[in-house]
Design a protein around this ligand. Structure first.
Ligand code: QAP
Ligand code: CO
Length: 194
């Protein structure tokens, strides 16, 4: 297992259209484990392969609400409960087949750290994909799971959530990052006080 480096905007790798996975090999499953470890250690709820430098159509996610180290199954919608089995979701070649309604959510992204903005997306979606065993699966999703799936699939098409804001907000954020970069992560060290 290894923690992978997460690429950030404006890295050009994040802008490529990723390639479908033909067969789910053992090498691919080892890479999936590294992605899951990287997602959890970065406190993320979703991660797409291009964010760690591989332009293949693979996403991992775990949007299950957690409190005091326990999953809050009661706080999930019925569709969210149906989508998860034991661990995180691992999806190869995910394709949205149906979209219904609209919802908004304040999104962030490990590739655009410290920026959060409200994005409008479909409310309920139906998605087809291959699971970690290479089997065809269908997922119906609403709520946060639906938002996260759409966000991660966007990465596979070279798209970021900051592309889905008004032109004025989008340009302001991108220009700011290009000019100043990202704020330094705050170190959690006790400070001297007298
Ligand atoms: C995408 O994003 C998402 O800026 C997954 O400093 C986000 O896991 C889908 C993160 C919201 C739906 C709603 C971001 C962690 C994690 C940061 C993430 C940060 C630390 C983002
Ligand atoms: Co993202």
């Amino acid at each position: 297992m290894a923690r992978l480096e997460i690429l950030t905007f404006p890295n050009p790798i994040l802008r490529k259209v990723s390639t479908a996975v033909e067969t789910v090999t053992d090498e691919m499953r080892a890479f999936v484990q590294d992605m899951i470890e990287t997602m959890y250690e970065s406190r993320g709820i979703g991660l797409a392969a291009p964010q760690v430098g591989r332009n293949i159509r693979l996403i991992v996610l775990d949007t299950r609400p957690k409190e005091n180290g326990r999953y809050q199954i009661e706080d999930m919608t019925e569709l969210e409960r149906k989508a998860y089995h034991n661990g995180p979701l691992v999806l190869f070649n995910p394709e949205v087949k149906k979209k219904q309604g609209k919802q908004t959510y304040e999104e962030g992204c490990l590739s655009v750290p410290t920026f959060y903005e409200t994005v409008e997306r479909a409310d309920v979606i139906e998605l087809h994909a291959l699971n970690e065993q290479g089997e065809k699966i269908v997922i119906e999703a609403d709520g946060l799971l639906s938002v996260c799936l759409q966000h991660e699939i966007d990465h596979l098409d070279g798209k970021l959530f900051i592309d889905r804001l008004s032109m004025i907000k989008s340009t302001r954020i991108k220009d700011k990052i290009r000019k100043h970069g990202y704020p330094k992560p705050v170190e959690e060290k006790p400070t001297e006080k007298s």
